[in-house]
Design a protein around this ligand. Structure first.
Ligand code: NAD
Length: 285
């Protein structure tokens, strides 16, 4: 898989997906951005230069995200919009109507990426859902399709059923939870890793990562900026979330420095297998 494809005007690298499409490596996530403020927050992100927005039906802000997109003057082809199929909408009869409802709320003709949000423990159900995502891709209404929170066995189940290899798997990933096993499994299969909770969702004190303050000081950057940089240099796609303009800009301002081999070595030592979100084994429905 070819790696870094090209730099866009706003400096964000594009990565090539296994279906030939490109994805901006740094985007903006809107989990827990309340519907009332989401239009303004996404507008701020677009002004800052973000072109990739990650939402989901269950975030209950697709309409506001859509308003921000559609009222911006940015040509649709310059944007990369992801949304997700919620758990209770999985299944052969429900997946396509749920997708169409998301498109409607977003006010879009197509999304760039559509994901199955969680696998659950019924593999038959997600296999049937995945077949529907394949149909959606064929129709052109989702340019790429992928999964989220899938475990190695779930990806193996898709392959065993002879189905399309997902373009991405969106998984919890941050310095204290680096997911080496899953990433090592995905890489040779051409499945890109997207990191959710890339800053640990503010659920642990980032200063407990021993040595991170020194790295931030050395580069004259914040701890969050050096973490974002670490993800980028690891080849991971990420979309940190913030509702404040200052932080939205701070998280974007990460293309004027580079972590060196010492820094990356220190980061490798931060992994302590610490989840901050749900274990996919426990999300059943
Ligand atoms: P995150 O790691 O991006 O953390 C967000 C929190 O970090 C914010 O609430 C804010 O308090 C803090 N923060 C952000 N920038 C900061 C800065 N510069 N300085 C100080 N604090 C800062 O967590 P997230 O929002 O859960 O993850 C990012 C995106 O991933 C989500 O918005 C969503 O799009 C996606 N996501 C997907 C799943 C999934 O199951 N697929 C689950 C969770 C999140």
């Amino acid at each position: 898989m070819s790696d870094l494809a090209e730099n866009t005007e706003n400096n964000i690298p594009n990565l090539r997906l296994n279906d030939g499409n490109q994805i901006p490596q740094l985007g903006f996530g809107v989990f827990k951005v309340a519907d009332e403020i989401a239009e303004q927050v996404v507008t701020d992100a677009l002004h800052t230069g973000y072109r990739h927005i990650d939402t989901a039906m269950i975030y209950k802000n697709e309409e506001a995200v859509g308003r921000a997109i559609n009222s911006s003057a940015i040509p649709r082809e310059e944007l990369f919009i992801t949304t997700k199929l919620w758990n209770t909408d999985q299944g052969a009869d429900t997946a396509i109507p749920a997708f169409e409802a998301s498109l409607e709320r977003l006010g879009l003709d197509y999304v760039d990426l559509y994901l199955i949000h969680w696998p659950g423990n019924d593999s038959e159900r997600y296999l049937r859902s995945w077949e529907k995502l394949e149909e959606i891709k064929e129709s052109g209404r989702a340019r790429s399709i992928g999964v989220s929170n899938f475990r190695i066995r779930d990806i193996e189940n898709l392959a065993a059923a002879g189905l399309t290899v997902p373009a991405v798997n969106q998984i919890e990933l941050h310095p204290a939870f680096q997911q080496h096993e899953l990433r090592t499994f995905q890489e040779p299969r051409g499945i890109r890793t997207e990191a959710w909770g890339p800053l640990g969702q503010n659920k642990y004190d980032l200063r407990t990562l021993d040595g991170i303050e020194g790295i931030a000081e050395k580069h004259g950057k914040s701890i969050q900026q050096v973490i974002i940089r670490w993800h980028l240099q690891s080849g991971v796609i990420l979309f940190p979330k913030s509702s404040t303009r200052e932080r939205i800009e701070e998280n974007f301002n990460v293309f004027d420095f580079e972590l060196d081999a010492d820094d990356l070595g220190t980061f490798a030592g931060f992994d302590r297998g610490q989840r901050v979100g749900s274990n996919p084994d426990d999300v059943d429905f």
